[in-house]
Design a binder for this molecule. Structure first.
Ligand SMILES: Nc1ncnc2c1ncn2[C@@H]1O[C@H](COP(=O)(O)OP(=O)(O)O)[C@@H](O)[C@H]1O
Ligand SMILES: [Mg+2]
Length: 480
């Protein structure tokens, strides 16, 4: 779908998939879009949320105005003024555009926000009429607000999940560009975005949050066989043609089990990264709440969307036992409900794997015996991976990798984080019984102690020593 706005060409790639994906995870749609100064950037996100009146899609556009703050006049114009969004949309309402009508509700809702900011709407009967029009449409289901803080103009609109359509996405993009145009002001001319091209799609999203480096299989300490196995699976996903040529079926269901803190969640993320797959994490409590709230459709919905994913996607059901751990545990209504969830899950898992080779489903659990009966027998979790606690050598390797990573991230000229002569073999020996998560905690405590000392003394701190690390391990393990 593509259209022109204010001189720019906008292309929306696969709006249906965008909206489907947004049910599961927030989708960023406008990475690296450039706008004329003083607009320094804009972001458009669609995500989903639960409200008192049911699940909604939430569209948020954030427009950053660099340099001078846009004047109040300009913000007012954006909402209500002489060439405002409201007026522009009002014309389209007259032409019977339902979607835009709903967005105007939102613009109306913004008025209250502006009043709080000290930007009054014009008084008088016309304003009253306008307000009435706005409120009359409020029942139509869309709510939006516009607010402005610290140089960021933020538009937010909601559409009921059952009603959301590609037209809403298009309307949101138009609204955002209109807001951009309004912020640029009349001096930017009639086509302030002339010659620009905006791509609204899921694909240009960076997979990696900029603040935290993605976790990779190289970061995993120990577990060498398991890591090798995951690399094999990743190869099979990266070469669908070879799989097809030989009629080979790649593993699509993976169950990882083992004690807490052994790296199951980390491994799932690292696998997604190794495959180059999109990563979707399904939060179990969310499903259960929804289910108990009376909509088993939600789990079906997750799978229905998953059948449509066209790019390789790893779906993680983390701590999966909490979905089905009570299965069979009692005859009361709640256990029956959860039994039903397990049943639906099995069925959906079958259908998904038949229908879509791009998806890999990973489930993790700390309690494999709880999951066994109800799911493993379904045969769809064809790879079962035990993730044990690390042995001495693995613990040493975990220390080594974590320390190397801390050094890479934090050390800079003039700042040394770790003293020379850290002996990870000894740390591995001393940390008997600890998991990767425990090791991370031991390091975290030392980091915190050093940082506090740094803060108190203004930088008079020596690097982390072997003794510091040994003390931290000893403290975590307690007296023996
Ligand atoms: N084998 C490992 N190698 C490196 N880091 C690990 C390992 N196991 C655990 N960790 C660290 O511990 C953290 C918590 O582990 P997590 O994946 O949440 O464990 P689980 O899901 O099995 O409970 C990880 O983010 C990682 O930093
Ligand atoms: Mg976990």
């Amino acid at each position: 779908m593509s259209f022109e706005y204010a001189g720019a060409t906008v292309e929306i790639v696969d709006a249906v998939t965008i909206l489907a994906a947004a049910r599961v995870n927030p989708v960023e749609l406008l990475h690296r879009a450039e706008f004329p100064a003083p607009i320094s950037g804009a972001e458009l996100t669609v995500t989903s949320a639960d409200t008192g009146s049911g699940p909604v899609h939430v569209f948020v556009a954030e427009i950053r105005a660099g340099g001078d703050e846009p004047s109040r006049e300009r913000i007012r114009a954006m909402v209500l003024g002489n060439d405002p969004v409201g007026l522009l949309l009002a014309k389209r309402i007259a032409a019977g555009d339902v979607v835009t009508t709903r967005i105007v509700d939102g613009v109306g809702a913004a008025v209250a926000a502006y009043r709080r900011l000290g930007v009054d709407r014009p008084a008088g009967p016309a304003a009253e009429r306008e307000r009435a029009a706005v409120l009359a449409d409020a029942a139509a289901g869309m709510q939006a607000t516009v607010d402005y803080r610290d140089g960021v103009v933020r538009l937010r609109a909601e559409v009921a999940r059952d009603e959301v359509r590609p037209e809403h996405l298009e309307a949101m993009v138009r609204l955002m560009l209109q807001a951009v145009a309004d912020l640029l002001g009349p001096e930017a001319g009639e086509r302030p975005l002339a010659g620009r091209h905006y791509l609204v799609s899921r694909e240009n999203i960076p997979k990696v949050a900029t603040t935290t480096r993605t976790v990779t299989l190289d970061d995993v300490g120990g577990l060498a066989d398991l890591v090798a196995q995951l690399r094999q699976i990743a190869v099979s996903f990266r070469h669908p043609e070879a799989m097809a040529r030989w009629g080979a079926r790649r593993p699509q269901g993976l169950l990882m089990y083992g004690p807490p803190g052994t790296g199951k969640t980390m491994l799932s993320r690292a696998l997604a990264n190794e495959i180059g797959a999109d990563f979707r994490e399904i939060r179990t409590p969310e499903i259960l709440d929804k289910w108990l709230g009376g909509s088993e459709r939600n789990i079906k919905q997750i799978f229905r969307e998953a059948r449509r994913y066209r790019v390789p996607t790893l779906i993680l059901f983390d701590e999966f036992d909490s979905i089905i751990s009570y299965a069979g545990s009692g005859g009361d209504a709640a256990s029956q409900a959860i039994n039903a969830v397990a049943g639906i899950f099995k069925q959906e898992m079958n259908d998904l794997i038949e229908a879509n080779p791009n998806v890999i489903v990973v489930a993790t659990t700390n309690f494999p015996h709880r999951v066994d009966d109800s799911l493993i027998r379904s045969g769809r979790f064809d790879v079962k991976i035990s993730v044990p606690k690390p042995d001495e050598v693995s613990r040493a390797e975990i220390f080594r990798k974590m320390i190397a990573r801390l050094v890479a991230v934090h050390e800079e000229p003039g700042f040394t984080m770790f003293a020379d002569g850290i002996d990870v073999a000894e740390l591995g020996r001393l940390s008997h019984g600890m998991t990767g998560a425990d090791i991370k905690e031991a390091l975290r405590r030392v980091q915190l102690a050093k940082a506090m000392q740094d803060a108190r003394t203004g930088g008079m701190v020596v690097p982390i020593s072997q003794d510091d690390l040994k003390a931290s391990i000893g403290e975590l393990l307690g007296p023996r």
